[in-house]
Design a protein around this ligand. Structure first.
Ligand code: AMP
Ligand code: GLY
Length: 426
């Protein structure tokens, strides 16, 4: 099989690493990729939102499967483009059409969808830009903290959690006035849920689904979950509080009604679904859906997936996903993201990265890296993820932190407390 993988982050390096383990792989291209993917696959310089260029490349190189890493091309309709272009119709896209990607692309849609299918989620109400007085009145009746969500994609900045009513009202006004353009012309106001978060992932052909390892990520820049939100500073898998009973609830109350609900509504969905969940006293609620895998969650999920991922992709291509197995490595995996000093605000790029010899159970997934004068240099805020296996999370974390010490670049920063909240030695 010949594959093209779209994206350039740690998620894509981890996916590429896993794809390369398959004996069925003939050739893997990554667009645009990073320094890490160039070591195991062929990077090609194509913009992931230029569907015509991607389509032409696929025809010229006889690509069988396109795996879409990030959400933007999916929300923009890359799958629809392939389906409606004659020469591209026999290529399988791992990722939904825009009618499915809307579960991530519109929070208003996803909340209404969950309500329609009785999927547990925080109570909410949506308001559009002409309903500011009603929205303010609704907010006034609510208790602090106030949760405001821009309806559309806002580069991870569209969720505002504010304790002070006055500030929440101001933020609401800003959003509805178009702080994020069209994305915030509708705003969801949602009840605040208290609990612990985790992420569960499936791959589905729209009818059948396979559950992948669950993960927990650490979104804040500073230790003890303080400071600004980031794309994610580390991840662990498995998640200790997600026991069998809890995961059964997730499957019965969330996964099954979601897959069935999509089908009932005539939305053909193929690809991954990322369930951002919160456990409230042992009961799962959906915080958000994403139409793709998470980053850095993928950097712990792929190492724990024992099955051949091309078997799963082929299951989608040939409508045989139900016959494929997902075998999970019983070891734990822990990943720590090394970032550029200053991230998620301003930071410098082009810092030379040196990577010493890592232990056998550790691996590096590049995120924001590139080559310059034959040297690997930083090229983004999140620079690379170091993942290790361990017989339990404590040993995985220990190996990860030991090996993080073998990687250096100027102004590097990482959190030293990944996993500490859920491991025994906290
Ligand atoms: P999102 O961008 O949807 O992932 O939201 C960002 C973060 O805001 C989540 O990871 C949660 O930590 C928090 N959050 C979102 N919605 C709620 C809610 N209803 N209750 C509590 N926390 C929330
Ligand atoms: N780590 C969260 C995300 O990928 O959205």
């Amino acid at each position: 099989m010949k594959l093209l993988l779209l994206g350039s982050g740690g998620r894509e390096h981890a996916l590429a690493w896993k794809i390369c383990k398959s004996s069925q792989l003939e050739k893997l291209y990554v667009a645009p990729g990073n320094a890490g993917t160039s070591e195991i696959a062929e990077n090609i310089a194509i913009d992931i939102n230029n569907f015509e260029a991607i389509g032409n490349f696929c025809v010229q190189n006889q690509i069988n499967i396109v795996v879409v890493g990030p959400e933007q091309p999916l929300v923009n309709g890359i799958h629809n483009y392939f389906e409606t272009t004659n020469t591209l119709q026999n290529i399988t896209i791992i990722g939904p059409k825009k009618e499915g990607a809307i579960i991530e692309g519109s929070k208003d849609f996803s909340k209404a969808f969950m309500k329609r299918h009785r999927i547990p989620t925080a109570k909410s109400k949506s308001f559009n830009k002409d309903q500011l007085p009603e929205a303010l009145a609704y907010l006034e009746q609510k208790e602090s903290p106030y949760v405001l969500k821009a309806d559309g994609l806002a580069a991870g900045k569209g969720v505002i959690i504010e304790k002070d009513l006055k500030k929440a009202k101001f933020a609401l006004n800003e959003l509805l006035k178009g702080q994020f353009g069209k994305s915030s012309e509708t705003v969801v106001i949602e009840d605040f849920l208290i609990g612990v978060e985790l992420s569960v992932f499936i791959i589905t052909d729209g009818v059948n689904y396979k559950i992948l390892p669950e993960a927990k990520d650490y979104k804040r820049i500073n230790e003890n979950d303080t400071g600004l939100n980031t794309g994610g500073m580390g991840a662990i898998s498995p998640v200790p509080f997600a026991n069998r009973e809890f995961l059964d609830k997730v499957e019965n109350q969330i996964i099954i009604p979601t897959v069935k609900g999509l089908r009932k509504e005539g939305i053909e969905y193929s690809g991954f679904i990322f369930f951002g969940l919160i456990s409230v006293k042992g009961d799962p609620y959906v915080i958000e859906y994403n139409c793709r895998l998470g980053d850095p969650e993928t950097e712990v999920i792929m190492p724990r997936l024992k099955s051949d991922i091309l078997e799963l992709f082929d299951g989608i291509a040939t409508n045989t996903l139900s016959e494929r197995d997902v075998e999970i490595d019983l070891r734990s995996a822990a990943s720590v993201m090394m970032v550029s000093g200053g991230y998620p605000e301003n930071y410098e790029k082009n810092k030379e990265i040196t990577i010493g010899e890592l232990d056998e159970k550790s691996m590096v997934f590049h995120a924001g890296t590139t080559f310059k004068n034959n040297k690997i240099v930083s090229n983004g805020g999140r620079v690379l993820a170091l993942t290790s296996y361990g017989k339990n999370l404590e040993t995985a974390l220990k190996s990860t932190y030991k090996n993080v010490g073998k990687i250096h670049f100027e102004n590097q920063y990482f959190r030293s407390d990944i996993g500490r909240d859920v491991t025994k030695k906290n």
